[in-house]
Design a protein around this ligand. Structure first.
Ligand code: IMP
Length: 198
């Protein structure tokens, strides 16, 4: 079974990646198991999700000599010209404060009418192999930004995002329900399709 190192340290994401790739004959191992120094972090200096996702996967592949999979994701709001985009994690500052990030989005969208509150979550998953070959998959989920937070589940911008076709926010859904329609779920489904065809 070919081993792949997950560049993320998020256990929930590792589980989701493992569920998909194990069906295809890969076994996902953590950075720790692969011997990546604990304090190693890729500088996310890219201006697209694709660039950041590839940089993260390539760094881990170079360090370990093994295949690596990385993801980069964020929220794209039309009325904010695509912001917060690749800056989603640090929109309100470098300290990764989800509540402050949500507050800033709601504040900047004050007065924006319902029909102009369209947005999408984007996720790009990249698998790189030591021979340099790369598989890049993008997943999205369309929706809109509501005016006040609702729901306790999830993380990040979940309490202010309602996916198309639903009247509940991601934070009002179970993890299973959200993963079934989410950008990350869709990117992983695309990866499954591409790898299944290799
Ligand atoms: P990363 O790709 O894990 O670095 O995520 C970037 C940032 O995008 C996160 O810190 C969140 O603010 C936001 N984000 C990504 N995916 C989601 C999601 O599924 N729900 C809510 N926020 C998300």
């Amino acid at each position: 079974m070919e081993k792949i190192v997950a560049a993320t340290q998020n256990k929930g994401k590792i589980r989701e990646i493992d569920e998909i790739t194990s069906k295809l004959g890969f076994s996902v191992i953590s950075r720790e198991e692969a011997g990546v120094p604990e304090d190693f972090d890729t500088d996310e200096t890219g201006t697209t999700f694709e660039e950041n996702s590839q940089m993260k996967a390539e760094d881990i592949m170079r360090i370990t000599g093994m295949s690596a999979v990385a993801d980069d994701s964020g929220l794209v709001v039309d009325a904010l010209g695509g912001e917060p985009g690749v800056y989603s994690a640090r929109y309100a500052g470098e300290d990764h404060d989800d509540a402050a990030n949500r507050k800033l989005v709601l504040q900047r969208m004050e007065g924006v009418p319902e029909e102009e509150r369209t947005a999408r979550f984007v996720c790009v998953v990249t698998l790189v192999r030591p021979d340099g070959s790369k598989t890049v998959c993008r997943g999205t989920v369309e929706g809109h930004i509501i005016e006040e937070e609702r729901g306790e589940n999830g993380f990040g911008y979940d309490p202010i995002f309602v996916p198309e076709g639903y009247d509940r926010t991601f934070a009002e859904m179970t993890a299973e329900e959200k993963n079934g329609i989410s950008h990350r779920g869709n990117a992983l489904k695309a990866l499954e399709e591409k790898l299944g065809n290799i």
